[in-house]
Design a protein around this ligand. Sequence first.
Ligand code: AMP
Length: 276
Amino acid sequence: MKIFTTRRQIREYLSAQNPATVGFVPTMGALHNGHLSLIAQAKQGSNIVVCSIFVNPTQFNDPKDLENYPRPIEADIAKLEQAGCDVLFNPAVTEMYDANEQWHLNIGPLEHLLEGEFRPGHYQGVTQVVYKLLDIVKPDTLYMGQKDYQQIMVVNRMIELMDMPVKMVMCPIEREADGLAMSSRNIHLSPADRQHALVLSKTLNRIKSNFDIDNIPQLQQQAMEMLKAENDVQPEYFEIVDGETLLPAGKDSTTIVALTAARVGKTRLIDNVLIK
Ligand code: AMP
């Protein structure tokens, strides 16, 4: 696997290779099988697979969360080699941002809904870094996880607004055997938290099973009660929304998704399930 840390090197390498198709998997590292499933899917659809590992400071609204974010780069490199990734882009913050750089993209209501309400500025940071990475790698296809469902909607909106020539592929959520969605943040869970965290996927599955029985306000209330009843779990939201707009689901919604975020001990986790 080729490893580059500067924009110039990776641009020169990719233009010299001139592959027919480039698949791109952006990550913040601390790789797990969820990330590796994206690499596997990218390998099936592209001649060259590029992965980036960059803990993007502009998408963190909590400086402690940024500081504590795991950065096991040697283990990540070994996992990517094993997965058959062709190129890793692992820049420093100074390579990606000028001091005091400003950015604002009008992505409409998506910015302030759900995650946006609890993580102010998060999606501006996401659009900023994904825009820069797409401009550097110029992939044909971008592979992102359903785990961050709203992030996919936000990046799709940016691609549309900026008229970028890239296709998005949404990859399914990889879970542990007991249902917990894989996440780089799971390593912060104590053994007790790890058990309490199962309530997120259990609640999502329960609501999916009851979808044809109860109405949406009833389901949302049941879900919040189930989450609150678990020790050391503090839910931030549980919403059943239209899968395209993320606004309240209606009769004409062709896609419906249930999304949740909760603090489990000191760790903030998110999860979701496609209902329809
Ligand atoms: P992150 O490193 O958390 O920014 O995630 C990088 C990419 O991996 C994003 O597109 C995520 O949605 C995706 N991802 C994270 N966790 C999972 C998972 N459990 N299953 C599938 N994809 C995931």
